[in-house]
Design a protein around this ligand. Structure first.
Ligand code: SF4
Ligand code: SF4
Length: 133
């Protein structure tokens, strides 16, 4: 489904005008932190990432061939009713994060890993693909 269709679907479901998306989503983007990481380049780095994936709060995803680590954790400036308490002074990273390129509007990743096993399987598949070439 295209991003426009996802947006329209959400607006329809929520019965909200488009400029009110953020108010209704529960501030998903203030409850996780995404950091660019390099693709693990050797066995040691793969083992390190597998170890990180043992922890509930950690996920790893690939988007447009770039790798990211996702940490599920709430920003200290988010109020109990999911509002930014420093909205006018919020960091640039927050200002750049907008619908539809965000967690609320569907897939923000091409591949996601939530456990060491999933990462293992991914690298096994990659190895098989390389062998076939
Ligand atoms: S940018 Fe997306 S994830 Fe963040 S509050 Fe708005 S709709 Fe929700
Ligand atoms: S500073 Fe505000 S907009 Fe940025 S993550 Fe925290 S609560 Fe969300």
């Amino acid at each position: 489904m295209s991003v426009q269709k996802i947006k329209a679907k959400h607006a329809e479901e929520e019965g909200l005008p488009r400029n009110r998306y953020c108010r209704n989503c529960g501030a998903l983007c203030c409850k996780d932190l995404s950091m660019a990481i390099g693709k693990p380049a050797n066995k040691k780095e793969i083992e390190e990432l597998k170890w990180q994936l043992q922890f509930d709060a950690i996920k790893v995803y690939i988007r447009k061939r770039r790798w990211y680590q996702l940490v599920e954790s709430k920003c200290m400036y988010l109020s109990r009713d999911n509002r930014c308490t420093i909205y006018d002074k919020r960091p640039d990273k927050c200002r750049e994060h907008n619908p539809p390129d965000c967690e609320y509007f569907g897939k923000f990743y091409d591949v996601i890993f939530t456990s060491p096993d999933e990462l293992n399987r991914y690298f096994k598949r990659e190895k098989r693909k390389r062998k076939r070439k």
